[in-house]
Design a protein around this ligand. Structure first.
Ligand code: BTX
Length: 320
């Protein structure tokens, strides 16, 4: 009876299910339905009951939902509002759509799965049902457009710190937007902005994190990894999402006050890029050098064989 009741509530989420419908599906009286609902509540399920609408399963001990994330965000330094979807093409355009409809800074879009998750430069990011965290955060920092990419580096710092706190796993930042565990990619960040010439209107920071082990095929079989594989324990995506959001809210304040400079020490502590020989691709041209430092704007300083320093503002790097 319990699993049937939960199945009906989950199938219909985020819609309410009437007591009448439940009693029909479960072949029992409405009073019996109500008793079972009470029992589930005692087990930790959060079920809302509204007269004339019925019952809504808001959160279950194992569920990943808006409530499961937002209930852990009290005291955050950003006014978060979490929107949760079972499936989206990508959380990025949905966040953009909400922004255009008036959503404010701190609006978050989370999807359990994405059918066309985006990486940089038109690449694909895989987020399969039940496996990962796909989350976009709307920001309106009032900064000039050239500073927006620094938010990628700021988010990377926040994710590394939050993941360490929740799981004990050490992630490393590969400039500019990848987070690796033992050289394998566990997380990617995509920062997209809408801007006027001298000030951004919005920045949407998208975070894709592999939480559960996935059966990746092709290239990803050897290059991707999940946090659960690294931590060797079961992890809760809502706990991870909220820990990242809490950490990001405070790092973002620091970023607004001091720019990337305020987070640079932390970034350097967690990067695997500096001191390494890296190959950079910029507009189809490749060059190799030693990654010496990042400057206060987050720009990678590459020393090439001729001894000259090349600032790398954006692009993909390969570590060797
Ligand atoms: P990127 O362009 O640096 O990385 C994309 C590349 O990463 C792909 O070409 C593929 O090789 C590899 N890849 C794809 N999926 C995975 C995965 N699950 N794990 C490891 N490697 C993978 C990185 O772009 C930025 C990704 C941001 C994703 C978030 S999810 C929430 C938001 N919504 C959305 O559509 N994108 C962002």
């Amino acid at each position: 009876m319990k699993s049937k009741l939960l199945a009906v509530l989950k199938e219909n989420y985020p819609e309410y299910v009437s007591g009448e419908k439940l009693s029909g599906e479960l072949s029992c009286s409405r009073t019996a339905v109500w008793k079972h609902i009470e029992k589930l509540r005692k087990e930790g399920y959060i079920i809302k009951a509204v007269r004339n609408r019925g019952y809504l399963l808001e959160n279950s001990p194992e569920a990943f939902s808006a409530h499961a994330v937002s209930s852990q965000l009290s005291g955050a330094m950003l006014p978060y509002h979490v929107n949760f979807y079972r499936v989206l093409s990508s959380t990025q355009p949905e966040a953009q759509r909400l922004f255009l409809e008036g959503a404010r800074e701190g609006t978050v879009v989370i999807a359990d799965s994405q059918t066309s998750g985006r990486g940089r430069l038109g690449r694909e990011w895989q987020t399969r049902e039940g496996k990962g965290l796909a989350m976009s955060i709307i920001l309106t920092p009032g900064i000039p457009p050239y500073k927006a990419p620094q938010l990628t580096l700021a988010a990377a710092v926040s994710i590394v710190k939050a993941v360490k706190k929740v799981t004990g796993v050490n992630m490393e930042i590969k400039w500019p937007n990848d987070l690796l565990i033992n050289g394998r990619k566990a997380c990617g960040i995509l920062t997209e902005m809408q801007s006027d010439p001298d000030q951004v209107r919005s920045v949407i920071v998208g975070i894709g994190l592999n939480v559960k082990k996935d059966d990746f095929s092709g290239e990803l079989e050897n290059t991707a990894v999940s946090l659960e594989e690294a931590a060797g324990m079961e992890l809760d995506r809502a706990d991870l999402a909220s820990a990242i959001l809490m950490q990001f809210a405070s790092d973002y304040q620091l970023f607004l006050e001091k720019g990337f400079k305020g987070l640079k020490d932390d970034w350097e502590k967690h990067t695997c890029t500096l001191g390494r020989t890296v190959r950079v691709e910029q507009n189809g041209v490749y060059f190799t050098g030693r990654a010496e430092s990042v400057d206060d704007q987050g720009i990678l300083q590459l020393r090439t064989e001729d001894g000259r320093i090349h600032p790398v503002v954006s692009g993909d790097i390969e570590l060797s």
